[in-house]
Design a protein around this ligand. Structure first.
Ligand code: ADP
Ligand code: ADP
Length: 226
């Protein structure tokens, strides 16, 4: 699904430059759960933003679903993102003034799914995360864990080929965090590639591959021993 070689992202500063990502080789295949770990500031978010086609890079190559997207335009990256990638970030990123059923339906709207079908699919995605009786509530009426579950419903509603999660459990209590983690891992069964940046050690045993970043460099790659 994702294959990156020599990915480098440099942020210029006034006197020097910061190398947020340094010659990273990275792969995530369909049906794999891939973890990205490393201390704060090591480049995890930068890597996820690039392979999620949210940000561009300075040098290297990136292939998405077998297509070279290294030089893709913003319009082309947006088209691929909206059609094929689900995102879940630490704060869930929900629109506060909209009920969660509308938040969840948003990726389907981008895909041109008709209104009625959007509502049906969004409702069933929310039921699947245990929020079936809360669909008309706005994010502000939910607890942190419930918002994260709604964010996960939105990330999965359009059956993405790639699911990108950046510290999705960081602000949650242990029980809620392990519930969210379990649901993310379950998405792998449907054949999606899952890329997850996390400090959560509990997830390590479930991963197919773990990349460890330090100051923008991949310093270790561990494959699941099979
Ligand atoms: P992590 O997700 O592991 O905490 P990041 O990818 O957010 O790390 O950041 C990697 C490095 O790149 C950090 O030194 C950070 O300060 C820098 N960085 C990230 N985004 C930007 C930006 N938009 N402008 C300048 N520097 C940035
Ligand atoms: P947590 O213990 O996970 O932080 P809260 O104590 O914030 O959760 O909320 C407990 C329950 O009350 C949750 O189901 C939450 O959705 C609900 N709740 C909290 N605030 C509101 C609100 N303003 N309107 C409706 N429901 C709310």
């Amino acid at each position: 699904m994702i294959s990156a070689r020599g990915l480098t992202r440099i942020y210029p500063r006034e006197s020097d430059a910061i190398v947020a990502l340094d010659s990273a080789d990275f792969d995530a295949k369909s049906g794999e759960l891939v973890l990205v770990t490393g201390p704060s500031g090591s480049g995890k978010s930068t890597l996820l933003s690039i392979v999620g086609l949210l940000e561009t890079f300075t040098s290297g190559t990136l292939s998405f679903g077998g297509t070279d997207v290294s030089a893709a335009s913003e319009a082309e990256r947006a088209r691929l993102r909206r059609g094929r990638i689900g995102f879940l970030f630490q704060d869930a990123g929900l629109i506060e003034r909209k009920p969660i059923v509308d938040n969840t339906a948003l990726p389907l709207m981008y895909r041109g799914v008709p209104t009625r079908e959007r509502t049906i699919r969004a409702t069933s995605a929310l039921e699947a995360v245990g929020l079936g009786d809360r669909i008309h509530h706005t994010p502000g009426q939910l607890s942190g864990g419930e918002r994260q579950r709604a964010g996960l419903a939105r990330a999965l509603v359009a059956d993405p080929d790639l699911l990108i999660c950046d510290e999705p459990t960081a602000a949650l209590d242990a029980d809620t965090a392990s519930d969210i983690a379990r649901r993310i891992v379950a998405a792998r069964e449907r054949g999606a590639a899952i890329i997850l940046a996390t400090h959560d050690r509990d997830l390590h045993s479930l991963a197919d591959r773990i990349y460890e970043l330090k100051r923008g460099k991949i310093v270790d790659v561990r494959e699941k021993s099979s």
